[in-house]
Design a protein around this ligand. Structure first.
Ligand SMILES: [Zn+2]
Length: 430
């Protein structure tokens, strides 16, 4: 087996791995201005997509140009998220010379779509491929590729649940009093299929997440305090996964909220695939608890004036209805902006946390409202990555999807693993 890394090495974004020039695992884009794409445009016989995030699926429509129609294998939610993301990309980038696809390509995705559930092996480009639940977002999968000689496990993005591994006591319970660990939206990754080679993500290889129960408690206390003081809380959240997680957290603690942006449609879509969320009843309740904003700016300004909580895209304040809410609430220190995930360097969200200001629609605005950040990560942290890899002590580990892949590979080597971090465009013979 031969792997070529076309992106997502030494970086988070544009993940793409070509197996033997015939099977492509993910084909993402790196958001930014301008966005970046994998380093070459392969012509695979089949495509397998791990999950519906832009950095894993964002460039997939461009594989359907000319006469090329490789089948695309994914879970049903990933297929739907891929279409949503592609349409959003066209809205933002369409018409620009560097957008590698058009509406026509996006339309073709339906013709070649091959949906599969977890644990159901299927054939793709002559390989046997199986998805395992990765615990990252609904529909996210670890991808096992077997050519009859070598078993390759591509972890893609995953979450193992609470710090402390699966033996640690669960830190909180759901409404039925059942213990839960990790995210409320999806169950943690627990399957560990046998593999000879593991391509492992490393997004948080040098981070220890705060215990989830404690993040939730701090977040809810902070939100409730602002509401009691008469303020407005804006909760910027990524549309896919995080928005739904925040609705679940707020509902679990009986905090009413509004929800706005692309996350509203994603919430409705996920309820059409209840088998891919952890607790569909809880998500249905959370959806009913949240008031969906239909989207006129006049309505948004009236809501921003209320003593309430608003969950909205974008998660890093780089677009979406947050662009209307933030200028409305920014002048009053009673108000609060609670970021709910990692803020990439150069984004308005990062600027807000570090400097108390944000570039909104080309204007630099000082922000008097209080800004806080909470780590509701959907990725394994350093302990989670290690607990996962401890089950693959005899395998060859290839580290990708992180800012310091080489650093993590070195740490693993020092602990006796056979690990390395391929570079961009590198071909690895197995
Ligand atoms: Zn992801």
């Amino acid at each position: 087996m031969k792997l070529q890394f076309l992106g997502g090495v030494g970086e988070v974004g544009r993940s793409a791995i070509l197996v033997d020039d015939s099977l492509l695992l993910d084909y993402g884009m790196l958001t930014g201005n301008p966005p970046q794409f994998p380093v070459s445009v392969p012509e695979p016989d089949a495509v397998v997509v791990s999950h519906g995030h832009l950095d894993h699926v964002g460039a997939v429509p461009s594989l359907l140009s000319g006469d090329r129609r490789p089948p695309i294998h994914w879970t049903p939610p990933t297929a739907e998220l891929a279409r949503t993301l592609a349409r959003d990309t066209l809205k933002l980038q369409g018409g620009r010379y560097d957008c590698p696809f058009t509406e026509t390509h996006v339309g073709r995705m339906t013709q070649v779509s091959e949906p599969h559930g977890y644990g159901e092996p299927f054939a793709a480009a002559g390989y046997e491929v199986t998805f395992y639940e990765a615990g990252h977002i609904p529909g996210s999968a670890h991808v096992l590729v077997d050519d009859g000689e070598t078993r390759l496990l591509y972890t893609a993005d995953f979450h193992t649940g609470d710090h402390g591994g699966s033996d640690a006591p669960a830190s909180r319970t759901n409404r039925r009093g059942e213990p839960i660990r990790g995210q409320r939206l999806v169950s943690p990754s627990t399957d560990r299929p046998d593999a000879d080679v593991v391509v492992c993500e490393s997004t948080y290889s040098d981070v220890d997440h705060e215990d989830r129960a404690s993040v939730e408690r701090r977040f809810v206390d902070s939100v409730q305090q602002t509401v009691w003081e008469g303020g407005t809380v804006v909760v910027p959240a990524f549309a896919i996964g995080r928005t739904q997680e925040m609705l679940l957290v707020l509902d679990a603690h009986d905090v009413d909220c509004y929800v706005d942006g692309m996350g509203t449609d994603v919430t409705k879509m996920l309820l059409r695939h209840p088998e891919f969320v952890r607790d569909a009843d809880a998500l249905r309740r959370a959806k009913a608890n949240a008031r969906f904003v239909t989207g006129r700016d006049g309505q948004r300004r009236r809501i921003a004036d209320q003593n309430t909580v608003i969950v909205t895209t974008s998660g890093m304040l780089s677009g979406g209805p947050a662009m209307t809410y933030v200028p409305e609430v920014r002048g009053d220190p009673t108000n609060k902006i609670t970021l709910t995930g990692y803020q990439v360097e150069g984004t308005p969200g990062r600027d807000l946390i570090e400097h108390g200001r944000a570039d909104i629609d080309g204007r630099t605005m000082p922000i008097a409202a209080r800004a806080e950040m909470y780590d509701f990560s959907a990725h394994a942290d350093s302990a989670g990555l290690r607990s996962f890899l401890d089950d693959y002590a005899g395998a060859e580990i290839l580290v990708n999807h992180g800012d310091d892949c080489e650093g993590f590979a070195e740490t693993l080597r020092a602990d006796g693993f056979d690990a390395r971090a391929p570079g961009l465009g590198d071909v690895v013979e197995l």
